[in-house]
Design a protein around this ligand. Structure first.
Ligand SMILES: Cc1cc2nc3c(=O)[nH]c(=O)nc-3n(C[C@H](O)[C@H](O)[C@H](O)COP(=O)(O)OP(=O)(O)OC[C@H]3O[C@@H](n4cnc5c(N)ncnc54)[C@H](O)[C@@H]3O)c2cc1C
Ligand code: FES
Length: 331
């Protein structure tokens, strides 16, 4: 176990040699900035002042030679090699509402949702509390590094459910889609800051691209459960390519469906298809449907990085204050 000292204010926390500076800081309740947890966004960069660290992931996309020269590392990938002194700005927004923990999980059921997305239900050991919209790292046997997946349920019955897209040739998804109920893996979480803000009294807009549906469904379910839909509207937009990518809205349940609007949009409807719903890219569809009302809403979205960039641009042009946007990019 290494002792990490944050030079900014001399606070200290412990970090196991196979853990990372970011995750250990969050486990200690320190608000170290981050987003993806997989080495892709660069939000968790810190300066190493004393000691040595090693990146668990070789060549993480968000790290460069320039960082190395300045003694900067990625908190989500840097494992300590002995005691260290580090420098990073801690922020209240990143203090975890539930301290992330590493626990064993057992696969209980897999339910197909679209042609390439299935819902995986894992029974997890220990405290199952998380905020709707958060994600966890799934450590699949034989695969280096945890893969980020967002929960689709509310953690009821000690179960975390994840809607997972089958990535052709993907190391983790190959294992997951071949797994049978009873299979075991390790889950580390919860993580993420794009969770439901129940105290904000604005109407809610949820935008999901593909498997980004998972955290958006969790947020919608929580809004219903906590009575938020009594005094505000919730609009769920779901963007995908073609009809086989659509999900059956029945899975949301009658109670939720009766209280929200749900708008699926196809970006590439097949020729000759009988589709009469919305078409086009999700950000365009949302802008056209919501009009000026969008600027008054609290907005949550999840999906591919290219979609996230287009939504941020659209929201900015529509006059949405940036602190009303909560999102995870799926790298
Ligand atoms: C915050 C967040 C939430 C997400 N939520 C969902 C979701 O709910 N549903 C869903 O289907 N997808 C989600 N994703 C995307 C999902 O994480 C990727 O599709 C998944 O990692 C693919 O893994 P793979 O092993 O099958 O693919 P591969 O192609 O084998 O692996 C690629 C992925 O693994 C990462 N990676 C590769 N090597 C390492 C390593 N050594 N250590 C750590 N990471 C490594 C890459 O950055 C990339 O994300 C989310 C992504 C993020 C960042
Ligand atoms: S690179 Fe570390 S959180 Fe994204």
């Amino acid at each position: 176990m290494a002792r990490i000292t944050r030079q900014n204010d001399d606070t200290t926390f412990d970090c196991a040699e196979d853990d990372t500076i970011l995750r250990a800081a969050l486990r200690a309740g320190i608000g170290m900035p981050y987003s993806c947890n997989t080495g892709s966004c660069g939000n968790c960069r810190f300066e190493l002042k004393e000691g040595a660290v090693e990146h668990l992931r070789e060549d993480p996309p968000a790290w460069s030679e320039r960082d190395l020269k300045r003694n900067r590392y990625l908190g989500c990938q840097a494992a300590p090699r002995g005691d260290c002194v580090v420098k990073f700005r801690a922020m209240d927004d990143y203090v975890p509402p539930h301290r992330p923990a590493i626990r064993k999980a057992t696969l209980r059921a897999v339910t197909k949702i679209t042609r390439d997305i299935s819902d995986f239900a894992f029974e997890i050991e220990g405290d199952a509390a998380f905020e709707p919209g958060q994600y966890a790292l799934l450590h699949v046997p034989g695969v280096d590094g945890g893969r980020a997946y967002s929960m689709s349920n509310l953690g009821e019955d000690g179960t975390w459910r994840f809607m997972i897209k089958d990535m052709p040739g993907g190391a983790a998804t190959d294992w997951l889609f071949a797994a049978e109920p009873g299979a075991e893996l390790v889950i580390d979480g919860p993580y993420g800051t794009a969770y439901l803000r129940p105290d904000v009294p604005r109407d809610i807009v949820l935008m999901a691209g593909g498997s980004g549906l998972s955290p958006m469904v969790s947020i919608a379910r929580a809004a219903l459960k906590h009575g938020l839909l009594d005094d505000r509207k919730l609009h769920l937009f779901y963007g995908c390519r073609d009809e086989p990518d659509l999900f059956d809205t029945d899975m949301l349940g009658d109670d939720l469906l009766a209280r929200i609007t749900c708008t699926p949009a196809l970006s590439e409807p097949g020729t000759g298809a009988a589709w009469t719903g919305a078409t086009g890219y999700l950000h365009d569809v949302v802008r056209d449907h919501m009009g000026e009302a969008l600027a008054e809403c609290e907005i949550y979205f999840a999906g591919p990085a290219v979609m996230a960039a287009a939504i941020q641009k659209m929201a900015h042009e529509a006059g949405v204050p940036m602190d009303r946007l909560h999102f995870d990019e799926f790298y």
